[in-house]
Structure formats: C-alpha cells, structure tokens
Design a protein around this ligand. Structure first.
Ligand SMILES: *[C@@H]1O[C@H](CO)[C@@H](O)[C@H](O)[C@H]1NC(C)=O
Ligand SMILES: *[C@@H]1O[C@H](CO)[C@@H](O)[C@H](O)[C@H]1NC(C)=O
Ligand SMILES: *[C@@H]1O[C@H](CO)[C@@H](O)[C@H](O)[C@H]1NC(C)=O
Ligand SMILES: *[C@@H]1O[C@H](CO)[C@@H](O)[C@H](O)[C@H]1NC(C)=O
Ligand SMILES: *[C@@H]1O[C@H](CO)[C@@H](O)[C@H](O)[C@H]1NC(C)=O
Ligand SMILES: *[C@@H]1O[C@H](CO)[C@@H](O)[C@H](O)[C@H]1NC(C)=O
Length: 616
C-alpha cells in the first residue's frame, strides 16, 4: 500500500524536527547525567578522534566550552566506524544520540549511534590526554551523589534514581558527577596503585596521585562512616585487545595509565589503551599477631575467621590451618564461620560437620599447631541456612581443651532454642539451657540464614564462666552498585540483618541483665559495617562495644574484606562493658587475604585475634 501524501508530509516534518544541526559535543552531553538530545538525530558533529576501541571510537570537541560539568568527549558506538579513521583525525559525522544501559540499576552511557556521513576533515592532529587532578579538578573523596543525602548508607535505600532526577553535575563535590563529567574523555592516571586484587577479568581498582582519604598501610582504601571512596576508579578491559595482569594486589604501583572514561557494567571505568603494567609490587607489612596468650585465664587469645566454604576435601584446608598456626598463633578459642558439612557442597542430606572440623583440627596439628576440640550445632536438615547449595554452612568453635571447657554443657540441636538460665542466688553466673545452642532458630529473622551459636565456657583458673555468640548474618547479595542509578544504593539484605541484630542483641542483653559484669564476646561475619543501621541496632540493644574502638585501631586499619573500591570491615568482635573497660583487652586484624594475589587468597575474609583477661 502506498502511504498517503498527508502521512508523507507528516513524516518529513517529524524527521526535520528531530534533526539537530551542528551542535558542539558539550551541548550534546549537557551539564547533567542525561543528554538533552537523547533520541534525536544530530548532524555535522565535529571532533578529534582520541581513541579507538573494538566497538567504536571516542571523539573530543574542537570547540570546548568552559563549563567543567559538560564532558567535551563522546563515544561513537559502531563496530566499523573506526575502519578508515586514525587517532588524530578530526572528523565530522551525523548520528543519533542514545542513552544506553543493559540493566535498570545502572547509570546510562551517552553515545552517538548509527554514524553517517563520516568525513575526515584533517589528520595528524595532536592527541593529549587530560591528566586527572591536573587538567581536571581532583576526584571528590567522600560523597558519590547529591541524591545520597550525605551518606551512601542512608535508609531508606532507593529513595531516588539519578536518571529520573537528572541533577546538574557538580564534579567538585560528588564522585559520580566527576566521572560523568569526563565521560568519553581520554585521561591519564599518574602513579596509579592497586587498592585490591583484580577480578577474574583483570579489572583493577586504582587511585592515582590525587588526594585520597582512607589509605591503609597495605595501600588499600578503607571506607569509614560517610566515606566510601568515590575517588577510586576501576581499570577495565584494554581497548587494544591485550589483557591486564590478574596477579596484581593491594598496593602494587603501576606505570601511568591512559585510557577513556566509560560507564559500563554498572561502574565508571577507565578503559586503558593497552594492558596495565606493574612497576613496583607492594610488600605486605602483615606480621603474625603480637598478642600473647598466658596459658591461663589472665590472657586468653580469641580468634575469628570466616574460612570460606571449608569442606573436608577443600584445597584451602591446609592453608587455613597454616594461617591459624602462623598468623593467629594458636588462639585459645577460635570463632569460625562458613564451615560446610562433611560432604561439602554435595546435596545429599548430610548436615553434620564433625569430619570437616576434625580434618581442620588435624591440619592444624600437621602445620605445627596445638590440639583443638570443636563445638558446633548441627543445622536442621533441608538446606535452611543459605550459602552454597548443599553445603549447610555454619559457625563453629575450635578451642584448646587444655585451657577451656564448656560450662554446664548440654548439646543443642538445630531446632533447640537456647535460653539464659539465671544462676542460683543473687549475682550468680547465668548458664545456657543448651550449651552450645542456637539463638531463636525458629525466628523469621533467620530464614535462609545462619542461626547464631551461643556458648558458655570456663577457662583454666577462672571463677566465673564467660559467654560467646558466633554469628554469620545474611549477606549483601542483591545490593546495587555504589556507582549505580539507585540512590542511596540498595544495601542488600539490610532488613534481614536489622532483625538478626535485634534477636542476637536481645539474647546478649538477657545475659547482661542477669550479670551486668559478665564477660560476653560476640564475633563473626556480621556482613555489615559498624556504622550502618544493623550494627548500630545491635550495639544499642546489647550495650556491646566494638573491639575496633576498644583497642583504638586506626580507622584506616579497620577492614577484613576488599570489595570493589573499598577495604571494609564485615567481620567484627563486640564485647560486654566489663571487657571493654578492661585495659588489657586488645584486638588485631591480620590482613593476610585482602593483601595477596587472587591466586594466593586462602579466604575472602581476613582473620582477627583478640586478647582478654577472663578470670572473672
Ligand atoms: C560542519 O562543521 C564544520 C566546522 O566544524 C564547518 O566548517 C562545516 O561548514 C559544517 N558543515 C555543514 C554541512 O554544516
Ligand atoms: C573503508 O575504506 C574502504 C576502502 O575505501 C571501503 O571499502 C570501506 O567501505 C570503508 N569502510 C568504512 C566503514 O567506511
Ligand atoms: C528507580 O529505578 C528502579 C529500576 O528501574 C525502579 O524499580 C524504582 O522504582 C525507581 N525508584 C524510584 C524512586 O523512582
Ligand atoms: C589469570 O590469567 C591466566 C592467563 O590468562 C589464566 O590462565 C588464569 O586462569 C587466570 N587466573 C584467574 C584467577 O583468573
Ligand atoms: C562423626 O560423627 C559420626 C556420627 O556421630 C561418627 O560416627 C563419626 O565417627 C564422626 N567422625 C569424626 C571424624 O569425628
Ligand atoms: C526489636 O524487636 C522487638 C520485638 O520484635 C521490637 O519490638 C523492637 O522494636 C525491635 N527493635 C529495633 C530497634 O528494631
């Protein structure tokens, strides 16, 4: 069927209206996250070709404006557009402006698509990258977005989306605005250093020679309250098809890196022109713990270690044992997390972990360590606690039987809820109805998650028991990128962890209600930062104190995990007021895994060790 003359006229008019002539690149980008010309066809866009990639080219305006909020560069997305074009050419072209993302939790990338009428106006022009922090303002070092309300961990999460609000960019104040204002640009990072191991693809988080807050001794960037390190940037796949090394580690210094800024996979990246090169490998300053046990109740060492899906046949079994002997120095008591059942991830109905734990105890002896006994509570069958399917991960205790024993032991089952039993007479020490026992295993707080294991112990020479609660709260799975569209980003699992903190803290509060001077230690993988709501709930209900504070560990050295740009503390030890007030109480994190190559990591978490007087 032939289109009617009216329809033809309308179509001609419509296409005329969406044809926008001779805009500068700054005008196309605008001073916000989204281009004001998104969806429109633009003609005779002029730019200097500053880089070529496998799927397109990057051009920079030849007529820049003076506004630091408008990027002067643009990505031209087309597999073949670069075929007859050389870096240094000044070209003009037409095309359609699009905002692209492949996941609605990500920010958009502005790009020129379906390029037409590509003309080379001149060749051999000089291409100079912008040196970050010198030719640009310095990357902001604390805040990511004006929509985070001053704290990226504010609740509720997801109160706003950048793409809906589309705020005017403030590159001096907000990290995402800074990187967006350089979208498509060719930049150089001077004196880059790795702030963690690369991922499987060789993508590596770095900072350059600009001002950075939170630098730790091993060269990582530690997060703190209201500072999750927007000054860091991830170096992605090189544009020339080479591969970044996957053997670098926290603190390694690279040769200067030049590449283009692009938002992809939910983050602002610099895609380097070619693979990055380590120029100076870092040297870890990590030494074994300095905390010294006494062999009696006066100085008891207590370790905590998430041993990452440890099963009897795990390749990392002997390495975990070696860490316990060499770095933790055979603590009197060790809280372990992520112990799998005797059949590991095989989903065969096995839930007992006595083989896993005795294999670990034997490996510790083989590594030159001491004899450990263990205590666990076998989870109810049916994979009810989350984690790797079939693995039935749980927390457990390893303890030196020559030093410590359970106080009034009464083994709990997976469904038994232990209760605090008042002691006989005023001021008498409470005991636990199941010891070891789980805390409220039927509570909905623990759906698909690990129930805490409480225990009461008596240590050689002591007059009173002490109490422990070993936790592994729900993970941050389902969270959204700190560089993403959703602000504040979704802190995955936060609702579960708030409930879990409440249940656990309320149990501890019962012990302290019976005996305000009781020695209580709660440690493990809380999957949360000390300054974020689940743990502020935990400390306010339980009155427990963070050992990082008690031991006055420098804020930069408070980390047990490295994720994206942040060295961060997911693992903690909290103690009751009497232990917090005791000047002998001490604490150390051993950064054996966050500082190491990917291949040498034994677990994804660092262990910690504390020292207490537990004489009572
Ligand atoms: C395209 O822009 C260039 C300057 O960048 C100008 O010299 C040229 O005349 C323009 N061409 C058209 C067809 O508008
Ligand atoms: C590149 O140049 C060749 C030879 O002139 C031509 O056949 C080809 O179509 C050009 N490719 C593009 C993408 O312009
Ligand atoms: C933000 O975007 C997500 C994903 O598209 C959407 O589910 C959510 O409702 C949006 N939030 C707001 C506050 O608009
Ligand atoms: C590191 O890269 C090498 C060579 O490309 C590859 O064989 C190896 O599997 C990679 N290692 C990891 C942990 O991704
Ligand atoms: C594990 O427990 C089972 C059942 O109680 C017992 O038969 C087995 O000997 C134990 N194995 C080890 C290594 O302790
Ligand atoms: C803790 O849980 C109790 C009982 O469900 C509830 O009443 C209380 O509001 C909770 N407290 C906090 C701080 O979430």
């Amino acid at each position: 069927m032939k289109p009617s003359p009216a329809l033809l006229r309308w179509a001609a008019l419509a296409s005329l209206q969406s044809l926008v002539a001779a805009l500068t690149i700054a005008e196309i980008n605008g001073n916000k996250f989204l281009s004001p010309y998104s969806g429109q066809t633009v003609t005779n866009v002029t730019g200097l070709v500053i880089a070529k990639g496998p799927n397109g080219i990057f051009i920079r305006s030849t007529t820049p404006d003076k506004d630091i909020a408008t990027s002067e560069a643009l990505y031209v997305f087309d597999k073949t557009v670069g075929a007859n074009i050389t870096v240094g050419d000044i070209i003009s072209l037409d095309g359609k402006i699009l905002e692209y993302r492949n996941n609605n939790a990500y920010l958009y990338l502005t790009e020129l698509t379906t390029p037409k009428n590509v003309q080379v106006l001149s060749s051999g022009n000089k291409v100079k990258p912008l040196v970050i922090g010198k030719d640009t303002v310095s990357p902001p070092s604390e805040q990511f977005s004006s929509l985070d309300g001053g704290d990226i961990y504010n609740v509720p999460n997801g109160a706003a989306n950048i793409s809906a609000v589309n705020p005017v960019l403030q590159p001096k104040k907000f990290g995402l605005d800074f990187w967006e204002s350089l979208s498509g640009e060719l930049v150089t990072v001077r004196k880059p250093s790795a702030i963690k191991q690369p991922n499987n693809y060789g993508d590596t988080w770095v900072i350059g020679d600009w001002k950075a807050s939170g630098r730790n001794k091993n060269g990582g960037l530690t997060m703190s309250a209201k500072d999750s390190n927007p000054e860091a940037i991830i170096i992605g796949t090189p544009l020339d098809g080479t591969k970044n090394p996957n053997t670098s580690k926290m603190g390694d210094v690279f040769e200067d890196i030049t590449g283009v800024v692009q938002n992809t996979f939910g983050f602002y990246y610099i895609l380097p022109l070619t693979a990055v090169k380590v120029s100076a490998p870092s040297k870890s300053v990590q030494k074994p713990t300095t905390l010294k046990r006494a062999g009696n109740c006066k100085a008891v060492t207590v370790g905590s270690y998430n041993v990452e899906n440890l099963a009897p046949t795990s390749a990392h079994m002997s390495k975990v044992a070696d860490h316990i002997v060499t770095y933790l120095k055979n603590p009197d008591l060790i809280f372990v997390q992520e112990v799998q059942d005797n059949s590991g991830p095989t989903n065969d109905g096995t839930v007992d972990a006595n083989v896993t734990l005795s294999t670990l105890a034997a490996a510790i002896k083989t590594a030159g360590g001491v004899t450990y006994d263990f205590a666990e509570v076998v989870p109810a069958p049916g994979n009810l606690d989350g984690g790797q399917p079939g693995g039935n991960i749980r927390q457990a205790y390893l303890y030196r039987p020559d030093m410590i024993s359970l106080y009034k032991p009464n083994q709990g089952s997976g469904t038994d809820a232990t209760a605090v039993v008042p002691g006989n007479g005023k001021g008498a020490a409470p005991s636990l109805s199941f010891n070891p026992g789980r805390i409220e295993p039927a509570s909905s707080a623990w759906t698909s998650s690990r129930k805490p294991i409480a225990a009461a112990w008596i240590v050689k020479g002591a007059t009173k028991p002490f109490y422990t609660v070993n936790v592994h709260f729900s993970s941050k799975g389902g969270g959204t990128s700190l560089h993403g569209d959703i602000r504040p980003p979704v802190n995955g699992g936060i609702e579960s962890r708030v409930q879990q903190a409440n249940v656990t803290a309320s149990f501890i509060a019962q012990i302290l209600a019976q005996d305000p001077k009781a020695a209580v230690i709660s440690a493990g993988d809380f999957n949360e930062f000390a300054f974020v709501q689940p743990l502020t709930t935990f400390t306010s209900i339980s009155k427990m104190k963070d050992m990082d504070e008690v031991a006055k560990i420098k804020v930069e050295e408070r980390y047990t995990y490295a994720f994206d740009m942040n060295a961060q503390a997911l693992d903690h030890m909290f103690v009751s007021p009497s232990l917090a007030a005791d000047r002998k109480s001490d604490f150390e994190h051993l950064h054996v895994n966050t500082w190491s190559t990917y291949a040498d990591m034994v677990s994804d978490h660092d262990p910690s060790v504390a020292l207490f007087d537990l004489c009572g």
